[in-house]
Design a protein around this ligand. Structure first.
Ligand code: GCO
Ligand code: MN
Ligand code: MN
Length: 387
């Protein structure tokens, strides 16, 4: 029961289980793990794939021959285990050159460096079989408003993303680009702060069909927003290309907690949504073990993320099949054919009918929606006393 298998499409970032537990106040508490060892460990745990930043695998400044040796060795581990690399992304935040932005640096040499690093990461991903390319604008933000940069950044990012999409086309890479919003951290304010911000931006690009979202649980939650609603809107737009699962308390630093460890209800409804949406992509955990943990704790963390997801999946199914839930929902949506006939696309007849019909407003004003009972059933399913 609740055993992760590759068919569940669980993925981890090399940087997540490889996180050494450094924070702004404290040094590393764990050894850096060899990427090849991580591949073997994740395969043992039933994981589908491993995602990476260019620098997670190839340290900055590695000479080309050594780079190729690292890639060969890593690919051998992938072949031995069957683990995939579904997604790659460029680290555009660690290098001190990016201190005032990568694609949004005021310095055109830094913008050129960011673009080159992105193209090279696309080449690396192609060698590893990646199909999704994530863009996380972590350093694309500001603390100081006086520069007026917020008037120019949109054009710079648009130009860079258009360039990258055209490069992918030119090279015959099939990448789908997944854009990942975040409100703040490491910058005081990040320009692409929310799902809605990136979603709107996509339609200003040259090839909007190549671009979608990589929403993250923690990021919307940090801003006090409802992640389930954000993902539902992204799904409605056909733009859920990837998803970063973790957990987070509102209004705090970016905690990257084990999936489902904090907001049980939100995690439950997220799994319920994803599993009923037809989403076929990876279920990626962008989280890391607590700083208190040794290596054993890291694998406990990874197992916990997947196990919790699978438990929620089962709970969601039981909830949706619960006869009382079904009948409450049937009542809730009140599908009276007469009323439904008044709604729908505009026609002159429908507008006339709408104006003439006697609306049963007194009854509607008195109506109860039975949400106390429905929500109590959610709690009882989650607490394991029902279903
Ligand atoms: C964060 C982000 C990153 C990105 C990663 C992939 O808050 O640090 O979530 O972990 O997801 O860089 O682009
Ligand atoms: Mn994050
Ligand atoms: Mn993320």
């Amino acid at each position: 029961m609740y055993e992760p298998k590759p068919e569940h499409k669980f993925t981890f970032g090399l940087w997540t289980v490889g996180n050494v537990g450094r924070d702004p106040f404290g040094d590393a508490v764990r050894e850096k793990l060899d990427p090849v060892y991580v591949v073997h460990k994740l395969a043992e745990l039933g994981v589908y794939g491993i995602n990476l930043h260019d620098e997670d695998l190839i340290p900055r400044g590695t000479p080309p021959a050594e780079r190729d040796r690292i890639v060969r060795r890593f690919r051998k581990a992938l072949e031995e285990t069957g683990l995939k690399v579904p997604m790659v992304t460029a680290n555009l935040f660690s290098d001190p050159a990016f201190k005032d932005g990568a694609f949004t640096s005021p310095d055109p040499w830094v913008r050129a460096y960011a673009l080159r690093k992105s193209l090279e990461t696309m080449d690396l991903g192609a060698e590893l079989g990646a199909e999704i390319y994530v863009v996380w604008p972590g350093r694309e933000g500001a603390e100081v408003e006086a520069t007026g940069k917020s008037r120019r950044v949109w054009g710079w990012v648009r130009e860079a993303l258009n360039f990258m999409a055209a490069y992918a086309e030119d090279q015959g890479y099939g990448y789908r680009f997944a854009l990942e919003p975040k409100p703040n951290e490491p910058r005081g304010d990040i320009y692409f702060a929310t799902v809605g911000s990136f979603l709107a931006f996509i339609y200003t690009l040259d090839q909007p069909e190549r671009f979608g979202l990589n929403p993250e649980f923690a990021h919307e939650t940090m801003a006090g927003l409802n992640f389930v609603h954000a993902v539902a809107q992204v799904l409605d737009a056909g733009k859920l290309f990837h998803i970063d699962l973790n957990d987070q308390r509102m209004s705090r630093f970016d905690q990257d907690l084990r999936f489902g460890s904090e907001n049980l209800k939100a995690a439950f409804f997220l799994v319920d949504l994803l599993e009923s949406s037809g989403y076929q992509g990876p279920r990626h955990f962008d989280a890391h073990a607590l700083r208190t943990e040794d290596e054993e704790g890291v694998w406990a963390f990874a197992r916990g993320c997947m196990r919790t997801y699978l438990i929620f999946k089962e709970k969601a199914q039981a909830f949706r099949e619960d006869p009382e839930v079904r009948s409450l929902l049937e009542e809730y949506y009140g599908e009276d054919p007469q009323a439904l006939g008044l709604l729908g696309p505009y026609s002159r007849e429908r507008a006339t009918a709408l104006k003439e019909v006697a609306l049963p407003l007194e009854a509607k004003r008195r109506r109860g929606y039975a949400l106390e009972r429905l929500d109590q059933l959610v709690v009882e399913h989650l607490l394991g006393v029902r279903g």
